[in-house]
Design a protein around this ligand. Structure first.
Ligand code: SAM
Length: 468
């Protein structure tokens, strides 16, 4: 397969593996609503955050929507295309790798981008996700009310691109999408209606004609609910679609919160369309470039679980207040009406904590049992461990093998290494299992013959934890 080459590609290829596992530390004062909520907002760099999520969420995420920086040639004061371009590719590669690990077998990933990097991103994603898993290049039209991106060189550019891949094309979850009247009608806010009308008049259409067009476009021949593919050639759909673009860029949350709009905020309707297509209620949705938190707000109103990561201060200044309003049912913009959203739920705010293992591979003393258990379980099985799993030495059984972890006096022995060393006494106190066993501990006092007889593989912490 042809591969993309760039400055420092080799380092980018090992970046995900080299990134340290860190703890995710909950911040109660910035969390909201139901305390047992599965939704997470993480403030920090997403490379660290995605790695930290792996032991808990690998293979669990149904849909990823990301809207990374578009690399519009402005990161460095003295523009150097090669440097900037390579830096962007090196930023994306390890993150895409980790995102792929987090996706479920039937999961989908959507990446919003513009012409600056779209074609390079396609090649990068072909490499990480596999060409056969490429599903669609989605054209995201920029409305004629909100303007064109550029008219330079005689050609108008009025779209961004969304690249849509699945983890496994043969197992991908698809949900038939229906269009409903309210999908269009709700978009005609007074402001949008008036703005559109005046634009038509500016274009030289008489006010009477323009109003008639608006009315017709709003209702004409539109059934209550119909599958998207049935509208393939419908002129009504075309008409409505041109208007829908306008309302997609409708009232922004920034306006609602009275703060300056952040560049690149996506419309809720766009993300709703993605989640309608690739998820069902209860599924887990992830956005690791959260911006103002549109993905989480939409997922929340659609009763999906969500995780968002944002490194900027707007994690606190924008995302927290936005989601707070959504939870309180006090936010009336975006898809609130269309989803009949009334409020409820919650989220837990997290910051990235210290690495689980230090430079020499030693476990940081303050690491609690359940964190190490998640790493051991993930290293052995490649599957996540529920954060609600019982806190006991027997971690569970996977494919006929039982796994145990002796750590931090889990057996009730608080002496320095007490209970962390596998002795006969400790062995007797462990839940019995008839079959092969893997036991992690600081040291082992049993001889090899006995271990063989009892079908025990002993692994020493931390050296044998491959996840480190
Ligand atoms: C284009 S904006 C996303 C806008 C978002 N879709 C919305 O609707 O508001 C990209 C965001 O990614 C964040 N970002 C960029 N690099 C990041 C990184 N390495 N880790 C976490 N966030 C990052 C930026 O701070 C910015 O807020």
């Amino acid at each position: 397969m042809p591969l993309l080459s760039w400055h420092n590609r080799d380092a980018a290829l090992t970046d995900a593996a080299r990134t340290k596992y860190r703890l995710l530390e909950p911040v109660a004062s910035l969390s909201h609503g139901a305390p047992d909520s599965p939704n997470m907002l993480i403030e920090g760099d997403n490379l660290d955050a995605l790695k930290a999520l792996l032991p808990y969420y690998a293979g669990q995420v149904k849909c990823i929507f990301i809207d990374p920086p578009y690399n519009t040639r402005s990161a460095f004061p003295h523009y150097d295309d090669n440097l900037e371009h390579s830096t962007w590719l090196s930023m994306m590669y390890p993150r895409l790798e980790l995102l792929r690990e987090l996706l479920s077998e039937d999961g989908s990933i959507y990446v919003a981008i513009d012409y600056n990097e779209a074609h390079y991103l396609k090649v990068l994603m072909d490499e990480v996700f596999g060409r056969k898993n490429f599903q669609r290049e989605i054209i995201w039209r920029i409305g004629w009310l909100s303007g064109y991106k550029t008219m330079a060189k005689n050609y108008i550019r009025n779209h961004d691109t969304i690249l849509y891949y699945s983890k496994n094309a043969e197992k991908t979850y698809f949900n038939k999408v229906y269009l409903e009247r309210k999908d269009f009608v709700e978009r005609f806010s007074d402001t949008a209606y008036k703005a559109l009308l005046s634009r038509l008049v500016d274009l030289g259409i008489s006010k009477k004609e323009a109003s008639a067009f608006m009315e017709a476009a709003q209702f004409e021949g539109l059934p209550e609910r119909y599958p998207l593919e049935d509208t393939w050639n419908s002129s009504v759909y075309d008409k409505l679609n041109s208007i829908a673009v306008v309302s997609f860029s409708g009232e922004s949350v920034s306006k609602m919160l009275g703060v300056e709009e952040l560049k690149g905020q996506k419309s809720e309707a766009l993300i709703r369309r993605v989640l309608q297509s690739s998820t069902k209620p209860g599924d887990l949705v992830l956005d690791s470039f959260a911006g103002t938190g549109t993905t989480g707000a939409v997922a929340h109103k659609m009763n999906r679980r969500w995780i968002m990561v944002e490194r900027g201060k707007h994690a606190i200044t924008h995302v927290v207040p936005r989601l707070k309003l959504v939870i309180a049912g006090q936010e009336q913009s975006g898809i609130t009406k269309a989803e009949g959203w009334q409020g409820g739920g919650g989220f837990r705010f997290h910051r990235l904590g210290k690495p689980v293992f230090d430079e020499n591979g030693h476990i940081d003393e303050s690491i609690r049992f359940e964190h190490l258990a998640a790493h051991v379980w993930f290293a052995e099985t490649g599957t996540p461990r529920s954060s609600r799993a019982a806190k006991e030495a027997f971690l569970g059984e996977y494919k006929g093998t039982a796994y145990y972890l002796l750590y931090n006096g889990i057996l009730g022995d608080e002496s320095k290494s007490g209970g962390n060393v596998l002795t006969r006494r400790v062995l007797r106190s462990l839940p019995k299992f008839d079959g092969p066993k893997v036991i992690y501990g600081e040291a082992c006092a049993l001889d090899d013959d006995l271990l063989g007889e009892l079908a025990i593989s002993f692994r020493q912490t931390p050296y044998d934890i491959k996840a480190g």
